[in-house]
Design a protein around this ligand. Structure first.
Ligand code: TXA
Ligand code: MG
Length: 363
């Protein structure tokens, strides 16, 4: 299949830019599009054939439900059996935006879209291209992250092309996703409400609306423990994993950098290609191993500095890009510092620990 690449400028767009994409979606075809979190792989949420195509294109297990995207609150009532008061309050505060809410589904949503569940995940993205696309298509859009199953989510059209070119009908290139981590997911079908996946909307922000909201146990787990089963089916799969072996070091900054330094040095001496995922604060510690990227000092060492530890939003935005970069350069061993777990840090560490298969070393 030839994948059409369509560039759209979010600051200067017209209805005509969306004509072909909207037609494809209405015909049950697949269109990847940018959202403020990550790129989504969209299909008609009412069409079980479109859902099946999404699973096939991603190589995703079909028991892993899709998020249904809407463009305004009026599109919600037909999709769910009841709208809980908590959903209205959260929507008032956080929609459009990076928050997904799980509610009991209505009959109009086929089970293929929800991986066989009686509940449905709904999100109203704030990205102008995503919002306009849903409106122009005139149907709710089922969309998982637009990556091949198991790989890091995509934050740029180039990443989507890497994973899905030739497998889907169109990719809308609308530049980089600002947030870079997938939406926060809350389950409103249980009491108290639960956070199934942490994201840019933090527990502190959610508690201003739902004071007793808690994390699902699986979110807080720090070790590989198969007895803790995630409530979001997708959270149980191996995710985001780079091809190389990723280890996270946690502890005092000096101890972390010296452990990473020594581990990297040892692996480099044995001839391996090594990646270091670091921050502005610790990047300097590795200067004597290399300066930046592969270089004359050590051609097999690649250092990726994703920003200041003080700026969590910047770290979040660069994380998936960095994991893809290490695959590109063929890193066999990757070392990362742990980030703090307050605020968005909870989401950053959740993704990083999954990517590392919970391989975290305390120093
Ligand atoms: O930011 C996002 O949420 C992005 C953009 C494209 O909107 N989408 C995204 O979708 O991350 P996906 O499919 O990669 O992740 C959806 C997660 C999965 O872990 C899935 O198991 C969970 O949401 N989920 C979906 N429906 C659910 C349901 N009814 N009950 C529990 N978990 C559900
Ligand atoms: Mg995903």
């Amino acid at each position: 299949m030839k994948t059409i690449i369509q560039k759209i400028d979010a600051t200067n767009m017209a209805s005509s830019d969306f004509k072909e994409a909207a037609e494809l979606l209405r015909a049950g075809k697949l269109v990847a599009f940018p959202t403020e979190t990550v790129y989504g792989l969209g299909g008609n949420a009412y069409d079980s054939t479109a859902s099946a195509r999404i699973y096939a294109a991603k190589g995703r297990p079909s028991d892993n439900p899709l998020i249904v995207h809407i463009s305004c609150f009026d599109e919600l009532p037909p999709l769910v059996s009841v709208i809980p008061d908590e959903a209205k309050a959260l929507a008032d505060r956080f929609w459009p935006g990076p928050l997904t809410m799980i509610m009991n589904k209505s009959d109009i949503i086929p089970k293929e879209t929800t991986g066989g569940l009686d509940t449905v995940a709904i999100r109203m993205p704030s990205h102008p291209i995503a919002n306009r696309l849903i409106k122009e298509a005139g149907i709710p859009i089922a969309a998982p992250s637009a990556n091949a199953s198991g790989r890091p989510s995509t934050t740029k059209a180039e990443h989507v092309i890497e994973d899905l070119d030739g497998k889907i009908d169109m990719i809308i290139d609308g530049g980089s996703s600002d947030i870079g981590l997938e939406s926060t997911i809350v389950d409103l079908t249980v009491k108290p409400a639960l956070i199934l996946r942490p994201g840019y909307i933090t527990i502190e922000m959610l508690r201003e609306v739902i004071p007793d909201i808690e994390y699902d146990k699986a979110v807080l787990k720090r070790i590989k423990d198969d007895t803790i089963v995630a409530k979001a089916p997708g959270m149980k799969y191996r995710h985001y994993a780079p091809k190389g072996e990723l280890t996270i070091f946690e502890g005092d900054a000096k101890a972390v950098s010296s452990h990473i330094y020594n581990e990297a040095k040892e692996k480099l001496e044995s001839g391996y290609t090594v990646g270091i995922l670091t921050s502005d604060e610790l990047a300097k510690s590795y200067e004597s191993l290399a300066t930046e990227k592969a270089n004359a000092v050590n051609p097999k060492l690649y250092i990726k500095d994703i920003g200041s530890r003080k700026n969590e939003a910047e770290i979040a935005a660069g994380l998936f890009d960095a994991l893809r970069y290490f695959d590109e350069i063929g890193a066999e061993y990757i070392y990362a510092e742990a980030f703090s777990e307050g605020g968005i840090g909870q989401a950053i560490m959740n993704r990083l620990m999954k990517a590392a298969g919970y391989h975290i070393v305390k120093v």
